[in-house]
Design a protein. Structure first.
Length: 541
């Protein structure tokens, strides 16, 4: 048999040849949607590869992005990785100091950014040690007025290149992209994907029992391209010739609904918060989604899909929910829920119950659950254990070997999630071992908040727990013990925190208590706090 490396460039080459006219629609800020095709993306990705070469980018160099979902970001997905660079998609929602850390740690050589992030880039630029040039993803007419040196114009870079660039035949095990986890303790850690792992993951995303993408689909990509590469779906669309709708930053319910209707989306993916916003919009405006939408399935992941969201999609939208689970370390798709043959006669209720589980593994991924001693637990849907995973697109370590080995001798990676697995292989995430808070699909570190609070001279101790929230899924609640004889108000503490953490990390409420419970080894007993405060209803306070 022939040997051809599995390369990201082969995806866009194939799309341009086999599906040249398929539309890619990008919502632009304050403008009509931008429309192009795979032919255009292929040509411009080659021009971009030529431009990167001209800038001196070599194989393995990191190219950073701070950008929403749009056609230029898509060109970077193919152009930067295709020419041998490592595409590093940075999450612009992080606190500026985290962004600075991540870009410096990755040693990004060039940073491409949406002009909406100009203020952030200006603030960060003096501290980005490795970055040689900053590229505004815009045409000359939209270039921001600013004093930064080394500011380049994306469209001018492309215009200087012809489309004759030929993709190099790279080693399929070479690095292609880099994403950082938000970091539970300590600093964020990078996960470096290879061309091979990406292409294999892409095949799994497309398979019938996964998203089941095809040339008849138009995929609405509401998962940001900086969140594990939009779950690999831009590659998947290119592989099968599906159309894409890239919504930019317009992720409110009204914008999503309008765009889905106008562009005839057939499938979509995103975190539960996005779908809550869409469903609230539809309900408040008395829309008729069954008549107005072509949508037939929605992939929900990033955090657990609430039953109510699944029900509304099924009953009011006539849309099938695919519930997926994964993490940055798993590329991310590691499991996805579709009914089996035996479920064909299930009632709607039974099917919805099945859909609230996180699904089954595709070929290429293996899972097991273990007890605290590492012994495998039964797959009976009842035993709860540490979810372990291994496979073709699962990380074997972090970028630069941070934190040392992360897999055991048999390659099992402990995900930090607690789960059950039933006899049919359906995984259900019941808890997370870590104490992070997931708000709107993004992590908030309880430890960072606690440390910031304890930095106030009147605070003796602080603990932060997640409390369920109707819109954001979870929001932080802070529990504080004051130092004896000291006074501090809720507002004073919030003011203190707001200088140190991102605004959306601020706790929704602060409760002052006389004492926080501890374990024998002096650790805060969050279980106890959850029992006492976990039923807080936001708005009550
Ligand atoms: P990240 O690496 O930021 O994507 O976060 C990965 C973590 O998100 C996992 O370890 C889970 O704790 C959580 N997660 C992702 N998808 C789901 C899901 N469908 N249900 C419950 N938790 C999820």
């Amino acid at each position: 048999m022939q040997q051809h490396p599995l390369l990201i460039s082969s995806l866009i080459e194939h799309a341009a040849r086999a599906h040249p006219d398929v539309p890619i629609i990008s919502q632009m800020p304050d403008a009509a949607p931008h429309r192009c095709t795979y032919t255009d993306i292929d040509r411009r990705a080659r021009q971009l590869a030529g431009a990167l070469t001209a800038l001196g980018v070599r194989e393995g160099d990191r190219v950073g992005t701070l950008a929403w979902n749009g056609h230029r970001h898509l060109e970077l997905f193919f152009g930067a990785s295709g020419m041998g660079a490592v595409l590093h998609t940075v999450n612009p929602r992080l606190f500026p100091e985290q962004i600075e850390f991540i870009i410096n740690h990755a040693e990004d050589q060039h940073l491409f950014f949406d002009i909406g992030f100009i203020a952030l880039v200006e603030q960060l630029a003096p501290r980005l040690r490795s970055v040689k040039s900053l590229v505004a993803m815009a045409g000359r007419a939209q270039m921001p007025a600013c004093s930064m040196r080394a500011l380049l114009c994306y469209e001018e870079l492309l215009a200087a290149q012809d489309a004759g660039y030929r993709w190099p035949r790279l080693d399929e095990n070479a690095a292609s992209s880099l994403c950082y986890t938000s970091g539970t303790t300590g600093n964020p850690k990078g996960v470096l994907y290879s061309h091979r792992s990406t292409v294999l993951h892409t095949m799994a995303v497309c398979m019938a029992d996964s998203i089941g993408l095809s040339a008849r689909d138009t995929l609405f990509i509401a998962a940001p391209m900086f969140h594990v590469n939009a779950w690999g779906t831009p590659y998947a669309c290119a592989m099968v010739g599906a159309g894409m709708i890239l919504p930019g930053s317009a992720l409110d319910g009204a914008s999503i609904y309008r765009s889905m209707c106008e562009e005839k989306a057939t499938a979509a993916l995103g975190v539960p918060t996005v779908w809550l916003a869409l469903q609230q919009h539809v309900a408040s405006q008395n829309r008729q989604p069954r008549q107005e939408l072509r949508l037939n399935r929605v992939l929900i992941g990033g955090s657990a899909a609430p039953r109510a969201v699944v029900e509304v999609f099924e009953r009011d939208f006539g849309v099938r929910v695919l519930h997926g689970w994964g993490m940055t370390e798993t590329s991310p798709l590691a499991s996805i829920g579709r009914p089996l043959r035996k479920h064909e006669d299930d009632s709607v209720e039974q099917r919805i119950t099945l859909q609230t589980k996180q699904g089954r593994v595709p070929y290429g991924v293996e899972v097991k659950i273990t007890d605290d001693a590492g012994n495998e637990l039964p797959r009976d849907g009842a035993a709860c254990g540490h979810l372990q995973v291994r496979g073709q697109w699962i990380a074997s370590g972090y970028f630069r070997g941070e934190v040392g080995p992360i897999v055991d001798a048999e390659d099992w990676f402990d995900t930090g999630d607690i789960a059950t697995i039933d006899a049919d292989g359906y995984i259900q995430i019941t808890d997370r071992a870590k104490d992070l808070i997931k708000s709107g699909g993004e992590w908030i570190s309880s430890i960072s908040l606690e440390n910031a609070a304890v930095g106030h001279p009147s605070v003796a101790e602080a603990a932060v727990i997640a409390v369920a929230h109707p819109k954001w899924q979870e929001r932080p609640l802070m529990i504080v013990v004051k130092k004896p004889g000291c006074e501090i108000s809720k507002q004073q503490l919030l003011d203190h925190l707001s200088g140190q953490v991102a605004k959306w990390w601020l706790p929704d409420d602060i409760v002052f208590v006389a004492e926080i419970p501890h374990t024998a080894t002096g650790k805060i007993q969050k279980m106890k706090l959850r029992e006492r405060f976990g039923k807080t209803v936001w708005g009550d306070r």
